[in-house]
Write a protein that binds this ligand. Sequence first.
Ligand SMILES: Cc1cc2nc3c(=O)[nH]c(=O)nc-3n(C[C@H](O)[C@H](O)[C@H](O)COP(=O)(O)OP(=O)(O)OC[C@H]3O[C@@H](n4cnc5c(N)ncnc54)[C@H](O)[C@@H]3O)c2cc1C
Length: 302
Amino acid sequence: MADSTIYLDMLKILPERVRARESMKKHTSWRIGGLADVFVEPTNREELRLAVAYANGREIPLTVIGAGTNILVSDEGIRGVVVKVGRGVDRISLDGDMIIAESGAKLSQVAAVARDAGLGGFEFSAGIPGNIGGAVVMNAGANGVSIGARVKEVLLLNLAGCFFKKTKDEINFGYRSSALQNDSAIVVEAFFSCFQRDKEAIKQEMEVFIKRRKETQPLHYPSAGSIFKNPPGDTAGRLIEAAGLKGARVGDAQISTLHANFIINLGEARARDIMMLVEKARKSVLELFGIELKPEVKVVGY
Ligand SMILES: Cc1cc2nc3c(=O)[nH]c(=O)nc-3n(C[C@H](O)[C@H](O)[C@H](O)COP(=O)(O)OP(=O)(O)OC[C@H]3O[C@@H](n4cnc5c(N)ncnc54)[C@H](O)[C@@H]3O)c2cc1C
C-alpha cells in the first residue's frame, strides 16, 4: 500500500493526529533517526485503538514508541505506521496504595504523584526518563529496583483492537526484560502496588539518586542511557573503559568520557555511527575479557 494512501486514509480516521514523513530525530532522546512514513500521536485510548486496528487490518507494519529514550532509529527511517503513545494517553490516578497510570504518562510524573501522596515504591526511578509503557516493557530500573517489582497487572491492546489484562506473573519480568518485548500487544495502562512512606524520606532518597546521576552520567548530551546490560557480577561501563574505549569516536558519536556505557551524540551523529561504536565495544570486550555484552537499547527500523 502506498504511503500516501495510508496517510490519507489515516487522516480520515484521525484528523490532526497524523503526519507524513515525520523526522524521528524529534522523537528520540538521541536526536537520531530517519523519516517515519506515517506518524500518529493518539490523544486518547480510543484513538490508539483505531490507529492500531487500521494498520493491522491492512497488514501495514506498525511500530509503537513512547518517549523514545531507549531506541535507536535507523537512518533510513521506519516503514509503515509509527504510533507514539504519550500526551493524551497519560492519566494518573490513585486507589488506596495503588497507582494507576496510562502508558503515555511520564515515569517521573508517576514518581512525583507517588511522592506527593506519601506512597513509597517509585524512589528508584528518580532521573529515569521515558514513559510508563516503555518502562514496563523494558522493566526499567535503577538503584537495585525495577518497575516490575511494583506492577500488579497491565492493561494491553492487541493488534485486532481488543483490550485485555495480564498479571505480573504472566509478564515474567527479568533484568531489563519482560515477556512484553516479544509480544505485539501495546501497553495501555499499568496498575502499581505501592506502600505508605514518609513524604520527606521519599523526597530525600530521590534527591540523592538524582544527584548521583548528575555526577556520573553525561546528561548534557543526547543519549539513550546505558547501551549494554550489565553482565553478571560486573558492569558494562567498567569493561568498556578497561578496553580503552572511553572517548572513542565515529563521526559525531562518542563513547562518553564520563560513563563508558553511554554513547553520546555530539551533534550530527547517525544511527550507523552509533552501531559502529556499539560493535567496536562489543568486539573489544569479547576479545579482551571473553564477555559477550548484550544491548539494552532497542534498534528500530533496520
Ligand atoms: C539519560 C538516560 C538515562 C537512562 N537511565 C535509565 C536507567 O537508569 N534505567 C533504565 O532502565 N533505563 C534507563 N534509560 C532508558 C530509558 O529511559 C528507559 O528504558 C525507559 O523506560 C524507556 O521508556 P520510553 O518511553 O522512552 O520507551 P521507548 O524508548 O519509546 O521504547 C522502548 C521500547 O518499548 C516499546 N514500547 C514503548 N511504549 C510502548 C507501549 N505503550 N506498548 C508497547 N511497547 C512499547 C518500544 O517499542 C521499544 O521497544 C535511560 C535513558 C536515558 C536517555
